[in-house]
Write a protein that binds this ligand. Structure first.
Ligand SMILES: Cc1cc2nc3c(=O)[nH]c(=O)nc-3n(C[C@H](O)[C@H](O)[C@H](O)COP(=O)(O)OP(=O)(O)OC[C@H]3O[C@@H](n4cnc5c(N)ncnc54)[C@H](O)[C@@H]3O)c2cc1C
Length: 393
């Protein structure tokens, strides 16, 4: 296959993983367990300090793209037995996701429910009257239905990342912090990887798991990967009374405002499609008022909630043009594998990504059809995935 390396048995194969977020950790653990020699290089002083530590930590089966549904279904199964596999509680709680769908969008969400069910997810389409009984704090004016995923939920991305990295280390993996990758050069056996400190390393395979920086890391090797950082601010209230706790992760489809409970607090946000890509990590305070204005009609309880400004945070989605990830060999550079561009879904899709990357490196059939996620799909001018993902928050 063009761009791939020879099929290799894993023992003796040295894989260098760039990035110690949840995806790099999943890949490192899965490869170590399969017998590879793994080195993780992370520019920060600790794991899970990038997008992973700033996420809303949700897992949903409700996607429009079939492969996203399958990745989530696999992730849910793996997170449910994480403690047995890795020895750490992943904190996975099935609090559900509730998409509040306006009358005008009902048909599309009915079609999506059929896709979700066909690919391993459960979804209940609730009439507004039923949703009002379950979540009396929602204002359901103008709502056609609520698309509810009973197996959707939230987890603890820090615990998962640290759990995977700890288990990988116990299996012989090396994890180096403050080791920013500064250059990637092909070598006789694979790749020579230069870091900000110390001698260069040589690996058979490099896995680009650099999250929002994946485009920049790819460029070090001369590869072009259309992943850009896109800021998301998360606003946090103090304790709110009168809610049924825990709330599902609830998305008002018409406005794009999402929220969920975190203990007795509420966290909420809304993407700003007009903001150009960039690495600004400050909370966007100018976005708060317009977000609240749209949120209040649907979530009137927010009018009596108090904001905890110091608890609010911002992070970056790692966005691709079709909102689907890139998982696979670089089409032009043998031995370079991308696992990036999750477009806001990397926490839930990390377990499947670890399994898929391991199969690719081993030269075995992938447990998933990775065609929709092929890194070469943009260069080839195709969208192998069809329409891309449209259920975006
Ligand atoms: C506000 C917000 C809400 C989100 N909500 C959800 C959600 O509910 N569910 C969900 O599934 N996903 C969610 N996401 C997306 C999710 O956080 C990401 O998809 C996921 O964390 C990506 O993991 P990663 O390991 O690829 O990236 P990261 O966690 O960013 O890890 C990449 C690592 O690479 C390191 N790195 C970068 N460049 C270099 C270099 N040159 N050398 C060495 N190391 C380098 C970085 O320091 C970083 O630690 C959300 C994201 C945000 C910002």
């Amino acid at each position: 296959m063009r761009g791939s390396i020879r099929a290799m048995t894993l023992p003796g194969t040295h894989v260098i993983v760039v990035g110690a977020g949840i995806v790099g950790a999943a890949v490192a653990w899965s490869l170590t367990r399969a017998g590879a020699r793994v080195t993780v290089l992370e520019r920060a002083a600790a794991a899970a300090t990038g997008a992973t530590g700033r996420s809303a930590a949700g897992l949903r089966h409700q996607f429009s793209a079939p492969q996203n549904v399958r990745f989530s279904a696999y992730g849910a199964r793996r997170y449910a037995r994480f403690e047995a596999e890795v020895g750490v509680d992943a904190g996975f709680r099935r609090v559900g996701y509730a998409f509040v769908v306006p009358d005008a969008a009902v048909e599309g969400w009915r079609r999506q429910a059929a896709t979700v069910r066909a690919h391993g997810g459960r979804v209940d389409l609730l009439a507004p009257q039923e949703a009002a009984v379950r979540w009396p704090w929602l204002d359901l004016s103008g709502v056609g239905l609520v698309s509810y995923g009973p197996d959707d939920g939230v987890l603890d991305p820090h615990a998962v990342t640290l759990g995977w990295l700890g288990a990988a280390r116990a299996g012989g993996a090396v994890v180096r912090f403050e080791a920013e990758v500064t250059d990637l050069a092909p070598s006789a056996v694979g790749w020579r990887v230069h870091t900000a400190h110390g001698a260069p390393l040589t690996g058979d395979v490099v896995v680009n798991a650099a999250g929002p920086q994946a485009g920049r890391v790819a460029a070090l090797a001369g590869a072009s990967v259309p992943v850009v950082p896109s800021r998301r601010s998360v606003y946090v209230t103090t304790a709110v009374s009168g809610l049924t706790l825990p709330t599902p992760l609830t998305v008002d489809v018409a406005s794009g405002v999402w929220l969920r409970s975190e203990g007795e607090r509420v966290i909420f946000g809304r993407s700003n499609p007009a903001e150009p890509p960039g690495e600004n990590e400050r909370v966007d305070w100018d976005w708060l008022e317009p977000t609240l204005e749209l949120a209040l009609p649907r979530f009137p309880f927010l009018a009596r909630a108090e904001l905890d400004r110091r608890a609010c945070w911002a992070g970056h989605y790692e966005v691709t043009p079709d909102h689907l990830p890139l998982i696979g060999w670089d089409p032009a550079l043998p031995g370079l594998l991308h696992a990036a561009g999750f477009s806001g879904h990397g926490v839930q899709h990390a377990p499947a990504t670890g399994a898929a990357v391991t199969a690719l490196v081993a030269g075995e059939p992938s447990p998933f059809d990775l065609t929709p996620f092929a890194p070469g799909r943009f260069a080839a001018g195709l969208r192998a995935s069809g329409d891309g993902e449209v259920a975006i928050v």
